[in-house]
Design a protein around this ligand. Structure first.
Ligand code: URA
Length: 210
């Protein structure tokens, strides 16, 4: 992908995002909407995946038909909120391998602390799509990408629901080679590192915690 940041302004994405932002939306509704939006965003992030052709027989005749070519995919969920996006992408690309990066945010320093890392084999030969709904300070996202690069990944894309200008700037500074696809670039972060206007804590809203 050529752009560092792509904001998907499709009407369906924007409509569903408004429903997700609304604090009156139920946990079940939030989860369903996140899965649906993720699929629409995944459509954008996979747009340039290379195709080749294969010979098949339709009921009418033989044809050279397009199929995906080239590198295999790995999806990497940045725990825990990334899991809410994972299912949506996996429904579209069921053969993708899946990894997990566990980072929590130290509420004092806002810095990420790693507690889990598990990635599929052969990351260097895969296109990696890292998923996390909220690109807020960017600290966790940049740290997750650091870990993926250390594990060999060299073709990484980042899929999120909301991004802050601060998070995008940090990712551009640390990982200019990682394109970001999001549904919205929001206004700013508050003093606790939450996105404004945002949607609150994505993990809490999708899992009904807090
Ligand atoms: N993580 C969230 O879940 N929400 C924010 O606004 C920022 C980080």
């Amino acid at each position: 992908m050529s752009e560092h940041l792509t904001v998907v302004d499709h009407p369906l994405v924007q409509h569903k995002l408004t429903l997700m932002r609304d604090k009156g939306t139920s946990t079940a509704g939030f989860r369903r909407l996140l899965r649906e939006i993720t699929q629409l965003l995944a459509y954008e992030i996979t747009r340039e995946m290379p195709l080749t052709t294969t010979t098949i027989d339709t009921p009418m005749e033989e044809m050279e038909a397009p199929i995906l070519a080239g590198k295999k995919l790995a999806l990497v969920s940045i725990l825990r909120a990334g899991n809410g996006m994972l299912d949506g992408v996996l429904e579209l690309i069921p053969s993708a391998r899946v990894g997990f990066v566990g980072l929590y945010r130290d509420e004092e320093t806002l810095q990420p602390v790693q507690y889990y890392f598990k990635a599929p084999e052969g990351l260097k030969d895969r296109t990696v799509i890292a998923v996390d709904p909220m690109l807020a300070t960017g600290n966790s996202s940049a740290a997750a990408i650091d870990l993926l690069k250390e594990a060999g990944a060299n073709d990484i894309r980042f899929l999120c629901l909301l991004a802050s200008p601060e998070g995008v700037a940090l990712m551009k500074e640390k990982h200019p080679d990682v394109p970001i696809v999001t549904a919205s670039l929001d206004r700013q972060l508050n003093e606790k590192g939450y996105i404004l206007p945002g949607l609150g804590d994505a993990g809490d809203r999708m899992f009904g915690t807090k």
